[in-house]
Design a protein around this ligand. Sequence first.
Ligand code: DCP
Ligand code: MG
Length: 372
Amino acid sequence: SQQLGTVLTSRVSQYACQRRTTLDNRNKIFTDAFEVLVEHLEFSDSKGPCLAFKRAASVLKSLPSTLRHLGDADGLPCLGEHCRDVLEEIFECGKCSRVEDLMCNEKFRTMKLFTSVFGVGPKTAEKWYHRGLRTLQEVVSQPNVHLNKMQRAGLLYYRDISRGISRAEADAVGRIIAETMHCISPSATMTLTGGFRRGKAFGHDVDYILSTPESGAEEALLLRVIDRLRYQGILLYCDYQESTFDKERIPCRRFEAMDHFPKCFLILKLDAMTVEDGGLQNNPEDQRGWRAVRVDLVAPPADRYAYTLLGWTGSTQFERDLRRFARLERGMLLDNHALYDRNKSILLPAKTEEDIFAHLGLEYIEPWQRNA
Ligand code: DCP
Ligand code: MG
């Protein structure tokens, strides 16, 4: 234990962007527990302790071996008293009682169900819960529950969307969009990003970056792609967000999840015939021959492609720590659009992700090592 502890702690950075985190998580028993506690805190809007559990889970995911005793955690960053209490209980009883309580708590379970609907956040879920609603059936059959367009689509396609998308399905989506895009602009390119770029076998959506070398043409390209998908009859839902991008703007200090590039959140109808080998991730009794899939497309200007790729590849914890590292260790401000050097008062140009890591004085981390 003593030895494992020393080996682990001497190397582990407090920043996820200085760790290599593959999908091979040797500490799932602990990180699953932390993630339930995170979810609970997110429902009740407690940002501080929530971040502490997220960081702890992220550190454990990067370790090359399973913790065997509490002593193995000695000296690891981001594992404060509360986190160690959770670890200790799991070492002693094989589980954490707070997590066990939450898993059978009616409010927690209902909040989890409601927030799993596309377009439903903790506030709406809470409202529904307080109205006495407990199931999605009750939500849709209540005449006086107001649903926005996104929530109506989320409920309508709930079974498909909650099922998870396979890599084969993600690739099929990619072929459809690429073909559509190349009809409009042969020189445009498309890059798979998000969890699939990090090597995940399943995702909750598919994320693609569309890019065109023709400067200023990206927004029109995205709009025309959407039009064509609609014309093909496969656009089940579209939330288009126009560009609010300003090329002079300096990244802000706060972590902003949403960027300012033109983008759209879609639900597409994916035909089984277009998916290679595996076929659709459908229930066996489902004979429709198609399924609904959530797809996000973003179209940044060409000179911001590298920043967009780095920002959309994730994981979210990796992104958070990249920005925190830039600010606290380098006096720089990073977001999905740009990197600003506060000492020199300049925005730093980048053609590739490698350029951005180099600007930050960080070793390059491969996408599949960013599963923090
Ligand atoms: N992202 C972020 N901050 C957010 C949301 C997203 O930095 N609040 C970035 C990192 C994500 C990427 O965008 O990896 C794509 O977002 P997704 O929600 O699609 O997450 P993933 O693709 O990583 O996972 P999933 O398999 O659930 O789609
Ligand atoms: Mg994704």
